[in-house]
Design a binder for this molecule. Structure first.
Ligand code: ATP
Ligand code: HMH
Length: 286
């Protein structure tokens, strides 16, 4: 909260709409609100989507995305920005131009390419993500599949994730978070679980030349739709609140873990459902 003016900082999400409300713009605005940050949005695409997958998607025109960017950036003092689904090369290029003009401060780039359900959300060249947004990003947050596509190499172990984070950092972002939410655990980890040690969800963070493992208890739930969007939006919200970068990332991960725990028993939709973005707020109903 801005103490002098007693008003919330402003964050911006540049992302696609998820009609099911669990990912994309909807997850981002929930996450900003849960952090008491005013959320603004530039919608890049509309997806017809639910917990079981994407049935249709259409990109918003470059002109209309530009008009949304100008409307928001010409009026609000935006403190942090998150990009999600950009759909293809044309919108990636447009966003990169605004970044080059230094209009996108504290830029969190979630290089959204495919959904967990296997639907493609990016028709462009993955290399363009690195070449155009890499140098402009404060932090790049690929999941394992995206890191594989960006680097064109297999990533299996936590050591591979560390190597991938280092390799992605050479494209210019201040930090890289490789997320391990979808990682198949190795035999040693499975044995540890069988012996009663709960699993861990490990992400690796390369930040300012230092490697950090961020480990959290793996939540036993099928409801993990939109965790990546939620994490990136929580990092942006915390940067808008002036948290230092490593603390913003660690705090955002803790927020996602709590959101997963709080929604573990929910049955919203027939597939993997959304997380509880407002888990910190007491509700008589839940
Ligand atoms: N079951 C789980 N328990 C704890 N943390 C998890 C779990 N699943 C994912 N996470 C965490 O959630 C965050 C998002 O990671 P994930 O790899 O799922 O991103 P993503 O694939 O981009 O998400 P999305 O499903 O939105 O595409 C990471 O911090 C990851 O470790
Ligand atoms: C619109 C949209 N953006 C991102 C994701 C990735 O989770 C999704 N499923 N839908």
């Amino acid at each position: 909260m801005n103490r002098v003016h007693r008003q919330p900082p402003v964050a911006l999400t540049i992302a696609g709409s998820d009609s099911g409300g669990g990912a994309g713009i909807q997850a981002d605005l929930h996450t900003f609100a849960a952090h008491h940050v005013h959320g603004t949005s530039v919608i890049t695409a509309i997806t017809a989507q639910n917990t079981r997958g994407v049935t249709a998607a259409e990109a918003v025109s470059v002109d209309l995305v530009r008009a949304q960017l100008d409307a928001v950036l010409g009026d609000f003092s935006v403190a942090a920005v998150k990009t999600g689904m950009l759909g293809g090369g044309a919108l990636l290029e447009l966003v990169a131009k605004y970044g080059e003009d230094e209009r996108l401060p504290n830029l969190v780039v979630d290089p959204v390419m495919v959904t967990t359900t296997g639907d493609s959300l990016f028709a462009g060249d993955p290399a363009a993500y690195l070449a155009r947004l890499g140098p402009l990003a404060t932090i790049l947050t690929p999941n394992l599949i995206e890191a594989r596509q960006l680097l064109g190499r297999e990533i299996e172990t936590v050591d591979d994730m560390r190597e991938a984070a280092r390799a992605l950092a050479t494209y210019g972002p201040r930090a890289v978070l490789v997320k391990g939410g979808h990682r198949e655990e190795g035999a040693a980890e499975r044995n540890a679980e069988a012996a009663g040690v709960s699993g861990t969800a490990i992400d690796v963070l390369w930040c300012d030349g230092q490697m950090l493992d961020l480990a959290a208890p793996r939540v036993a739930t099928r409801n993990d739709h939109g965790t990546g969007c939620t994490l990136a939006a929580a990092i942006a919200a915390r940067l808008a609140l002036e948290h230092p970068l490593p603390q913003a990332v660690a705090g955002a991960k803790a927020y996602v873990t709590e959101a997963l725990k709080a929604a573990a028993e929910w049955r919203l939709g027939l597939g993997p459902g959304p997380v509880h973005h407002h888990h910190g707020r007491k509700s008589a109903a839940l």
